[in-house]
Each structure stands twice: as C-alpha cells, then as structure tokens.
Design a protein. Sequence first.
Length: 94
Amino acid sequence: EEAAIRTNTTICLGKIAVHLDASERERVLIPAFTRSLKDPFPPGRNAGLLSFSATQQYYKPIDAATRVLAAVAPMVLDPEREVRETALGCLRAY
C-alpha cells in the first residue's frame, strides 16, 4: 500500500506543478522525481519518468542536461520493460 501512495504522490506532484511558484518548482520537482526513480515499485519509477516528461517546460536547460537527463538515462536499463520504454520516451521528449 505504501508503494501505491508513493506512486500517487509523484503523479499528484506532477499535476500540481503548474500551480507552484517557480522557485518552489525549482526546489521540489527534480529532487522528488529523481527520488521516485529509485523506488523498488516499478509503477513508482514509471510515474517519476512520466512526471519528468510532463513538467519539462519548468526546467532550465542546464538543469535538464545535468540533473534530469543524468537521472533518466540509466532508466533505459531498468529490469522492467514498461519503465525502459517510458525512459526512452522521456529522453526523446528532452
């Protein structure tokens, strides 16, 4: 049950990002979504990748290159096929 809560929290954060102040988005989003990529629950990792894709317009190019892509790229080697496919889609979006 905790895994589902973590997953839904990640999804919710991605959806409310538009309502956050720019400084809050900068402080919260990348660390939260990066943390979700380490979740042992595959849907949690997938939610983090989808949230990175959905919020890409909020990141400075330097943050996208050094923080987001650095976190997303290793996910193409995830043991779960769905996570790998989402990671590739996320990389293509950036």
